[in-house]
Design a protein around this ligand. Structure first.
Ligand code: COA
Length: 646
């Protein structure tokens, strides 16, 4: 049972860890070698606690009681004599740490666990200077410890299961989210992944002359990283980056460091703290826009983080979930590298790494065997239903329509490629049955597309042969009502337009909320060339999208236009290269899928603006009134209601 914790070092990490421990109810002894260091550590703790009080998150009494739990001392023996757990946060120099532990080992009680907050030194080696390597562990906090949730609990070769468990539990009791690093590898999890992608960005800049802002904007805009590679390197400090990389390479990490890690610090450019690094920070944080449509592919950089993550999993250093959790919490990634790999497609990751290997031949461009194996088994990620994660792929056939689930996305594919996906009643019913399937909670977005070279080349003309006027009326009514179900489906529906979208095919696409088109797609309402007219929404949806004049032009001529023209007149939202259509659509769909589903549902209802939708929205709203409760209760209790207008 841990009650007393000794924290050695009152610097940035030490004082933060001491504060977190005291805030979690532990008695803390903070030790440093100079009174000045202790005073400054304590004053930083005080001002951090003051902020909590000011924000109303803590009372002054709580603050005082936390402070009363922290004692300071210059005497190592006094600090550790009664400690149940010792956390060392002295400078990152092996000899200093080893010397500290030699002494701690002599002075701390036999049962005490000794933990080091090192980010780069080998745990096993430090453990070996003590007489209790089984009770020695890495406990790597992230800066600032008060805010960052992640703690890497690192097992040395001789660390016991019990020590790992106690350390994990301690981290949890301190409000942290520990990840166990089962092997003492250089850089643990987070720094290995970090160094890979930061170095890769830097190498790309050096050898390919790509601009800093180009790369960083793509990483921010296309992946949602809070900072790009160069911005983050500057933020961490280029001298710190250099030291981390050197320490890891010394311990056998295979990496070809980019020249800037040495050259910039040598020229006094240390990043944010010195005012200059890759960027100019002299008047504050550089303004690097997030560019979601950047021409730079962020996978060029992040494929190396993914390859490293695969290495960690294959070598049993951490589980898939833990690698992703560590990177998400430690680097503020929106998603872990393995989850991102699944979304991008492991085949694409493999192709990029192999291309680098072919072109530049560096040893770190060796594709990890785990990635190789997954690709060869067809486990390509989200699109295959399985990659690093299992997506519970389900595929159903409804006549000429194939319905596939890769949660959170459902894919509805019209599957009559030999007839260019011409729409008949079988197709319509297949789409409707697919939509029914997509109602389940785990599906957040629906994509409709076509197999082969057409999205759909229109209503099946063979249905029109000898059609009587009344039958034609009923057919049109059926198509209109069916497409309205798409329009009013409570989740976003995206048309992924892979080729021809003509006649009823274009009307199907227009019933969707968003249209993403291949640059090879073609659009038109050629009904007039058959001597007939549109019958599935074209007369009202087309003007809604492109305006009356353009709509009339397309309807009166029956002309077929290309994707760029369709984009220009507002018929589609985006045009993307044909071979990237699925990838871009998936990434767009995933982004929307992260948004709150109720907001999306209500947006759709409001923007459809049908009398049915407006009534339903109002019906929902009326249930927020007190009078509605009163009215219903009164009826059920057989009494007269007392309405208050509330
Ligand atoms: N209804 C029924 N069958 C259709 C169809 C439609 N709307 N559109 C294409 N097909 C069939 C073709 O008849 C052909 O079938 P077949 O191989 O059994 O003869 C097959 O799909 C391939 O089409 P094809 O015309 O050979 O391809 P293409 O590349 O030469 O031409 C189009 C492509 C889209 C220009 C041409 O198929 C076309 O004009 N289709 C009709 C478009 C239309 O008028 N749509 C509105 C209907 S209301």
């Amino acid at each position: 049972m841990i009650k007393k914790i000794a924290v050695l070092g009152a610097g940035t990490m030490g004082h933060g860890i001491a504060q977190v421990a005291a805030m979690s109810g532990y008695q803390v002894f903070m030790r440093d070698i100079k009174q000045d260091f202790l005073d400054s550590g304590m004053s930083r703790i005080r001002s951090s606690l003051d902020k909590f009080v000011k924000k109303g998150k803590m009372t002054s009494e709580e603050k005082e009681s936390i402070l009363s739990r922290i004692k300071t001392t210059l005497d190592l023996e006094e600090a550790v004599r009664e400690a149940d757990f010792v956390i060392e946060a002295v400078p990152e120099i092996y000899d200093i740490k080893a010397e500290t532990f030699r002494e701690v080992d002599k002075k701390a009680p036999e049962h005490a666990i000794l933990a080091t907050n090192t980010s780069s030194l080998p745990i096993t080696e430090l453990a070996s200077v003590t007489s209790r390597p089984d009770k020695f562990v890495g406990m790597h906090f992230f800066n600032p410890p008060q805010l960052m949730k992640l703690v890497e609990v690192v097992r040395g070769n001789e660390t016991s299961d019990e020590t790992v468990k106690v350390t994990r539990d301690l981290a949890i009791s301190m409000g942290k989210e520990p990840v166990v690093v089962a092997k003492d590898v250089p850089g643990f999890i987070v720094n290995r992944v970090l160094v890979r992608w930061l170095n890769e960005a830097c190498l790309i800049k050096e050898r390919e002359g790509k601009g800093l802002i180009l790369i960083d904007s793509a990483l921010k805009g296309k992946v949602g990283l809070p900072m790009g590679a160069f911005e983050l390197s500057d933020f961490i400090g280029l001298d710190v980056m250099r030291d981390i990389i050197e320490a890891m390479i010394k311990r056998g990490f295979v990496l070809t460091p980019c020249k800037s890690w040495k050259e910039l610090p040598e020229g006094g450019k240390l990043g944010r703290k010195s005012g200059y690094g890759f960027y100019d920070w002299s008047s504050g944080r550089p303004n690097i826009p997030a560019d979601p449509s950047s021409p730079f592919d962020p996978l060029e950089v992040l494929s190396m983080a993914i390859n490293e993550a695969a290495w960690l999993v294959r070598n049993g250093v951490a589980s898939i979930e833990d690698v992703d959790k560590a990177v998400t919490l430690g680097l503020n990634f929106p998603k872990g590298p393995l989850r991102l790999a699944d979304e991008w497609g492991l085949d694409k990751v493999k192709a990029i790494i192999e291309d680098k290997k072919r072109r530049y031949g560096l040893p770190e461009y060796q594709l990890d065997p785990l990635l190789e194996e997954k690709v060869s088994k067809g486990e390509l990620g989200l699109k295959a239903g399985r990659g690093f994660y299992d997506y519970g792929l389900r595929e159903l056939s409804f006549g000429s329509v194939v319905y596939k689930e890769t949660p959170p996305i459902a894919w509805i594919r019209v599957n009559r490629p030999d007839k260019l996906n011409a729409i008949n009643l079988d197709v319509v019913n297949g789409i409707l049955r697919s939509l029914k399937e997509a109602e389940k909670d785990e599906i957040k977005v629906v994509v409709i597309t076509g197999e082969g070279r057409a999205f759909s080349a229109g209503a099946d003309v063979s249905m029109f042969k000898d059609l009587k006027p009344v039958e034609a009326f009923e057919l049109s009514k059926k198509l209109n009502e069916s497409f309205r179900e798409i329009r009013e489906f409570p989740k976003p529906v995206i048309a992924m337009i892979n080729g021809f979208a003509l006649g009823g095919g274009l009307e199907l696409a227009m019933a969707c909320d968003i249209r993403i088109a291949s640059n090879k797609a073609q659009f038109g309402q050629p009904e007039i060339t058959l001597g007939i007219m549109v019958g599935a929404g074209g007369s009202y949806r087309l003007p809604e999208l492109v305006g009356i004049a353009k709509a009339k032009e397309l309807l009166f001529t029956g002309d077929i236009i290309g994707a760029e023209d369709a984009l220009r007149i507002g018929l589609v939202n985006r045009v993307v290269p044909h071979d990237k259509l699925e990838e871009e659509t998936r990434s767009f769909a995933l982004k929307v899928a992260e948004r709150p589903s109720r907001s999306l549902q209500i947006y759709k209802a409001v923007m459809n603006g049908s009398p049915q939708d407006i009534e339903s929205l109002a019906f929902g709203l009326i249930f927020s009134t007190e009078d509605s409760k009163e009215g219903i209760n009164a009826f059920l209790e057989k009494r007269k209601p007392k309405f208050k207008g509330e």
